[in-house]
Design a protein around this ligand. Structure first.
Ligand SMILES: N[C@@H](CCC[C@H](N)C(=O)O)C(=O)O
Length: 281
């Protein structure tokens, strides 16, 4: 089985080209591929399949040739992955499966159609405008933080750290507790602190994230969009640009009246063959 490894600000993925949907991809195989000691290692899997050939992409086949079949590292599905979409587009271009330059390249996802633009190292994807819709709490190591629930196609809970606490002091080796009634399918939890002013951005926020299905990651694109939406909301703005610093680098999020652009580097770092039978269990 051919694979490619890529990442966007350290959020890393195993990419599986499967244009005609012939791979028997299971939750167990995904978890084995993402295992960092016994497999290739990754925060998730991106299967590259023609939209027309996948039940979850077929409705969008008239608008996009390719469907991003995204799986979390534990083998669960997610509706959307912002960094995954950026890495997916980098792969399509490098594999000559799409043409770049100026045009917005459509990609089908479980959360609908996204469009990408590529400029050098930077891949930007246009996703749905994040919706800040409720208040809730997350509890981590005895510390309960208030936060905002945000829908970016997938669920997020954005919690600002109180003054005096540092992001680096959080123990994210264990999952934060959250309100399962508000988030019955689980939630990605972002922890934030304010950043210094940055040229070209209206707001600047630092974040760490504990992702549903992948644990702590170095970056989360949809998480950055959720964080940006909350930063703008707190600043009484409807639209604007927010620099979001994650442990793996910087993402730039621009919220418009109708959508949300997520921009940052996306690179492919390796390619190879893997034998599923050699993986665990
Ligand atoms: N890292 C991703 C989000 C991946 C999905 C998430 N773990 C979920 O289950 O919703 C991103 O860059 O957006």
């Amino acid at each position: 089985m051919q694979f490619i490894k890529g990442h966007g600000t350290g959020n890393d993925f195993v990419i599986l080209p499967d244009p005609d949907n012939q791979l028997e991809l299971t939750a167990e195989l995904v978890a084995a591929l993402c295992d960092r000691r016994r497999g290739i290692g990754g925060d998730g899997v991106l299967r590259v399949v023609r939209a027309a050939k996948h039940a979850d992409g077929a409705d969008l086949a008239g608008e996009a040739e390719w469907f991003m079949d995204y799986w979390n590292a534990d083998g669960s599905f997610a509706e959307m992955c912002g960094n995954g979409a950026r890495v997916f587009v980098r792969y399509l271009l490098e594999a000559d499966l799409a043409t770049p330059a100026g045009v917005a390249l459509p990609v089908a996802t479980r959360a609908g159609l996204v469009r990408a633009r590529v400029e050098g190292d930077v891949v930007a994807v246009e996703m749905q405008r994040p919706r800040v819709y409720d208040a809730s709490t997350a509890t981590l190591g005895g510390l309960t933080l208030t936060g905002a629930a945000v829908d970016v196609g997938n669920p997020h809970l954005v919690c600002a750290l109180p003054a005096g606490l540092e992001l680096s002091g959080l123990d994210l080796t264990r999952a934060p507790e959250f309100d399962a009634a508000l988030f019955p399918a689980g939630v990605n939890v972002e922890f934030t602190a304010p950043g210094e002013p940055v040229d070209g951005a209206d707001e600047h926020t630092l974040m760490r994230v504990y992702e549903r299905g992948s644990a702590e990651t170095l970056s989360c694109g949809t998480g950055a969009c959720a964080v940006a939406a909350v930063a703008l909301h707190d600043a009484a703005r409807d639209t604007g640009t927010v620099a979001v610093d994650v442990p793996g680098g910087r993402l730039t999020v621009t919220v418009t009246d109708s959508s949300c652009w997520l921009a940052g580097p996306a690179v492919l770092v390796a390619t190879g063959e893997v034998a599923p039978t050699a993986l665990r269990p």
